[in-house]
Design a protein around this ligand. Structure first.
Ligand code: SF4
Length: 385
């Protein structure tokens, strides 16, 4: 019986939503043309009916109640601890939906993320109905967030956005990527910098939190400077709550990969990326956003902080990387891309890991030369895409 109780989930969520209850309310991306994105390629967008979504919410509620009942049977008084999670994960009778709700209850974040790529495309009244039902069934939810495109948001009135916020949607994640129009056009983002700014301001006026994703590296070696400067300018005109850096990696399935292979797009090296991010951070002015680099694809995770007070600290992280010798930067990049390092300080802190990395580099150099080392670093970074 437990196997039959399921609800639908989509393929991705932002890193900050890793412990949220994930619920799919539309399928795939209605735009689906961005050259750098492979997530929904080959998959058709569809709206889900309100009834279908409500049934999923009811199923998720029943699952949560069943898990709590199991806890009582195990003598755990409804508490969701590691023993119960092990039971749910190791028993093939439980569906993936049970595992997902089990983990959510275990972390107790009270957060829900609505999937997929552009949920404000739903009619306002339908989205409000879904949100109301979700909050009725899950009163323990304290934060509901979703992805949406700026192009879609500009088509909603501030009044509609306010209605959606009042029904419970607290935060919108927007993939801005860039504020440089020629680059947005080149990458087929389907939106202009002016629309990004208008959308962002509308979200804020409606009283919701706004998270803007920026993509270092997207301009390649040709447009990196304009990309960094104009993106900072666009962000300054919005002043979102969060600026999240998510550096470009190019999956083989993304259309941009063909351009890369054809030599039409030249990727930024890690050192160039550091300079690009430095220029971007320097350009942020007069705003109070929180900058985060919470994506594993970022080279310098510590470029994180609240503006304006942490601007100097973030630039210092970049300066520190740039001041390393060529060899130390290579060690750091190798360790970072392999998942061993989170800070350039780790180079000195963990000498055993450093010795292992030095060995690996020596071996790669003798077998494949300098190019082989770069290839290896790139492959390690690409394991996360
Ligand atoms: S709008 Fe977002 S999900 Fe859709 S193709 Fe572009 S990057 Fe991918």
């Amino acid at each position: 019986m437990v196997k039959e109780l399921t609800f639908e989930q989509g393929p991705i969520r932002p890193p900050s939503e890793s412990t949220s209850f994930l619920l799919r309310i539309t399928r795939n991306c209605p735009w689906n043309q961005c050259l750098f994105c492979s997530i929904y390629k080959g998959m058709k967008f569809s709206l889900r009916s309100v009834e279908e979504i409500k049934q999923d919410i009811q199923n998720a509620r029943d699952i949560a109640d069943n898990i709590k009942a199991i806890s009582w049977k195990m003598g755990k008084s409804g508490e969701i601890g590691p023993e119960l999670i092990n039971h749910v994960f190791n028993n093939p009778d439980f569906s993936d939906s049970y595992r997902s709700i089990g983990i959510w209850l275990y972390y107790g974040t009270g957060a829900c993320f609505l999937q997929d790529a552009d949920n404000l495309i739903m009619k306002t009244k339908d989205l409000v109905e879904v949100l109301n039902f979700l909050r009725e069934k899950f009163p323990e939810i304290s934060r509901i967030t979703t992805y949406s495109r700026s192009r879609t948001i500009v088509n909603k009135s501030v009044g509609s956005l306010k209605e959606i916020r009042e029904a419970g949607l607290n935060r919108i994640h927007v993939g801005m990527e860039s504020g440089y129009d020629p680059l947005l056009k080149l990458m087929k983002k389907g939106v202009s910098a002016a629309q990004h700014i208008e959308a962002g301001r509308k979200v804020l006026e409606a009283g919701m939190e706004l998270s803007e994703y920026v993509m270092p590296g997207l301009g390649g070696q040709e447009m990196w400077k304009e990309h960094a400067l104009d993106t900072a300018k666009a962000i300054n005109r919005i002043n979102p709550h969060f600026i999240r850096l998510r550096s470009l990696r190019i999956p083989h399935r993304a259309p941009l990969y063909e351009r890369l292979v054809a030599g039409e797009f030249r990727v930024q090296t890690d050192d160039m990326l550091a300079e690009e991010i430095q220029l971007f951070i320097k350009g942020l002015d007069g705003i109070t956003s929180m900058v985060t680099s919470d994506h594993i694809m970022n080279l310098l995770e510590e470029v994180t902080g609240k503006l304006p007070e942490d601007k100097g600290k973030m630039l210092e992280v970049i300066n520190k990387y740039q001041a390393l010798s060529d060899y130390e930067r290579l060690l750091y990049r190798f360790g970072r891309r392999g998942g061993a390092y989170r800070s350039t300080d780790d180079l000195e802190k963990d000498l055993a890991t450093r010795a292992r990395i030095e060995n690996l580099i020596r071996r790669a150099r003798s077998e494949k030369g300098e190019e082989g080392i770069e290839r290896l670093i790139c492959d390690m970074a690409d394991q996360y895409i």
